[in-house]
Write a protein that binds this ligand. Structure first.
Ligand SMILES: [Zn+2]
Ligand SMILES: [Zn+2]
Length: 124
């Protein structure tokens, strides 16, 4: 048997930031819905990671976009407003008391919409 020496400096190598994994509903990173406009035309409303011009315009990592002209022009539109409510958006970081659930096959799923969840790393 090997003795472990006292006062070993092992603990000093521990990182200051501990990362824990939290679950969020997959609709927080990607959500799409096709909507039909008043003239029967269809648009794609998305909540997803923003890039380029939209990232600059909205100033957030994740946000709403729509393929219609109104959105292009104003940065928002009624399609987005109408779709906003149907997105689950459950976030285990903001609601630590609500644990993610598991489906029949033991995969984690969202407690609100029972859809897929994604792990995110949070520094504590
Ligand atoms: Zn639109
Ligand atoms: Zn959900």
């Amino acid at each position: 048997m090997k003795m472990i020496g006292e006062g070993s400096p092992k603990e000093e190598t521990m990182p200051d930031l501990i990362e824990v994994v939290a679950w969020t509903c997959a609709t927080n990173t990607c959500f799409e819905k096709k909507v039909t406009g008043s003239l029967g035309d269809t648009y794609m409303v998305r909540f997803a990671r923003l890039y380029g011009r939209e990232l600059e315009r909205q100033g957030v990592q994740y946000g709403w976009t729509c393929t219609c002209k109104g959105f292009e022009f104003r940065g928002t539109c009624r399609h987005i407003n109408a779709t906003r409510k149907s997105r689950c958006g459950w976030n285990g970081v903001l609601e630590p008391t609500a644990q993610c659930e598991h489906d029949d096959e033991g995969r984690p799923c969202c407690p609100d919409c029972h859809g897929p969840v994604e792990p995110i790393k949070v520094g504590v």
